[in-house]
Design a binder for this molecule. Structure first.
Ligand code: HEC
Length: 108
C-alpha cells in the first residue's frame, strides 16, 4: 500500500515537471514583450546590429539563450537579458519566435 502511494506521488511529480517544461509559444509571446524593443514584436529585428529570431529553429534559439545565460556566449545586452530566464522561459521564448512563419524571396 505504501509502495503504491509512493509510485503515485513520483508519477504526479514527473507529470508536473514535464508540464512545466512543455514549450508554450503563447506564454513565450507574453514573455517576449521584453525583447520587442530590439528584436521586433515578431522577431524581425528593429534595432541595428540585432539578429532576426523569427522562424529560427527552437533548439538553436534555446541553445543561444542558455549560452548567454551561462556565459559561454557573451554580449553586453544579451547576457543581462538571459540571466533571469528559467529553463521554462527559454523553452517558451524559443517556441514563440520559432513558430513565427518567415518567407524568403529571391532578389529581383
Ligand atoms: C536592447 C536590445 C535587445 C533586447 C531587449 C533583447 N535582445 Fe536579443 N539580441 C540583441 C543583440 C544586439 C543580439 C546580438 C548579440 C551578439 O552579437 O551575440 C541579440 C541576440 C539574441 C539571440 C541570438 C540570435 C542568434 O541568431 O544567434 C537570441 C536568441 C536573442 N537575442 C533573444 C532575445 C530574447 C528572447 C530577448 C528578450 C527576453 C532579447 N533577445 C532581448 C539585442 C537585444
Amino acid at each position: 500500500m505504501r509502495r503504491a502511494t509512493t509510485v503515485v506521488a513520483v508519477l504526479a511529480a514527473l507529470a508536473a515537471t514535464s508540464l512545466a517544461h512543455a514549450q508554450d509559444a503563447a506564454t513565450g509571446k507574453t514573455k517576449a514583450a521584453a525583447c520587442t524593443v530590439c528584436h521586433g514584436p515578431l522577431g524581425i529585428a528593429v534595432a541595428p546590429e540585432t539578429p532576426n529570431l523569427a522562424g529560427q529553429p527552437a533548439s538553436y534559439l534555446a541553445e543561444q539563450l542558455k549560452a548567454y545565460r551561462d556565459g559561454t556566449r557573451k554580449h553586453e545586452i544579451m547576457s543581462l537579458m538571459a540571466k533571469p530566464l528559467t529553463d521554462a522561459d527559454v523553452a517558451n521564448l524559443a517556441a514563440w519566435f520559432s513558430s513565427v512563419k518567415v518567407e524568403a524571396a529571391a532578389p529581383k
